[in-house]
Design a protein around this ligand. Structure first.
Ligand code: C2E
Ligand code: CA
Ligand code: CA
Ligand code: CA
Length: 273
């Protein structure tokens, strides 16, 4: 967590021209963001390539602050992690996401699955499993409609509580996805040891995808790896038809990206097309 914090700090320093005072200011604004209703969630479609049907959505957190404007989650999530806010923010996203899924159900719009991003402090928390159970009970969402996304680096920390949580979540019937697959320090061993259901191929490999370059070879290999281990594979950041065609030809199951829909409000998702 400390290491992550340091990287985060560097990232922030590099991108903000103002200094520590503004950073402190943003921290304080973030502390009150939930209470002031400044947080909301956008939902990005996940599409099955075989028939181009909506199979799920990923919940992506947004923060709109009167003073700072729209702040990217790539900026404020690391701050929330550093100042110990991510567990309450993460709990809020989990609850709101499941409430939204139930609301779509009630409106006759069925979104089969919702994927929620977890932070390292959540996956290593002793009350994650109870929290998830409580939200599912409260919203009456079937466990197999909830997917939780974790990154390789979270798994590589080898924290016992995290491993325990993964199995307990699997036992609840929840599915688990590895986010940004291929971009971290991956150990292939954990893929067969841990109860993982899906690999999400990092957008970086999709961006310059072509049949005859290295990214094409890597993507082909990841799909083959998933197939031989019995994992589903979803490609992130699909923006063009040739990318989608390549992925379909290689047997990639699902995609997510601007070609099929940007992250959007719950209403826009329901009313799209
Ligand atoms: P991520 O989990 O890898 O999410 C995918 C990111 O790629 C999102 O950025 C999404 O808007 C963007 N994206 C999707 N399709 C395309 C595409 O076709 N082209 C391009 N260029 N980008 C695409 P976003 O929404 O800015 O989120 C950034 C990161 O913030 C997420 O990366 C995730 O790590 C984090 N994040 C967002 N919401 C949450 C949350 O509720 N909890 C936690 N812990 N992290 C979150
Ligand atoms: Ca994600
Ligand atoms: Ca990702
Ligand atoms: Ca990412």
């Amino acid at each position: 967590a400390k290491e992550h914090g340091r990287n985060t700090y560097c990232f922030f320093e590099a991108t903000m021209t103002t200094g520590a005072a503004e950073r402190l200011h943003m921290e304080n604004a973030l502390r009150g963001a939930i209470a002031r209703n400044e947080l909301f969630i956008h939902y990005q479609p996940q599409i099955k390539l075989a028939n181009e049907v909506l199979v799920g959505v990923e919940a992506l957190l947004r923060w709109n602050n009167p003073e700072f404007g729209q702040i990217s989650p790539a900026v404020f999530i690391p701050i929330a992690e550093e100042i110990g806010l991510i567990r309450s923010i993460g709990a809020w996203v989990l609850e709101q996401g499941c409430i939204q899924l139930a609301a779509w159900d009630a409106a006759g719009f069925i979104v089969p699955r919702i994927a929620i991003n977890l932070s390292v402090q959540q996956i290593e928390s002793t009350d994650l499993v109870e929290q998830v159970k409580a939200v599912l009970q409260q919203t009456k969402i079937a466990p197999d409609r909830l997917e939780l996304e974790v990154t390789e680096s979270m798994l590589m920390r080898h924290v016992e509580q995290a491993i325990e949580n993964l199995y307990a979540l699997r036992d609840l019937g929840i599915t688990l996805a590895i986010d940004d697959f291929g971009s971290g320090y991956s150990s292939l061993r954990y893929l067969k040891q841990l109860p993982i259901h899906r690999l999400k191929i990092d957008r970086a490999f999709i961006e310059h995808l072509s049949e005859n370059n290295n990214d094409g070879a890597i993507v082909r290999a990841i799909i083959a790896l998933g197939q031989s281990l019995g994992l589903y594979v979803l490609a992130e950041g699909v923006e063009t038809q040739p990318q989608a065609d390549f992925l379909r030809a290689q047997g990639c199951h699902e995609v997510q990206g601007y070609l099929f829909g940007r992250p959007m409000s719950a209403n826009d998702l329901m009313n799209r097309r």
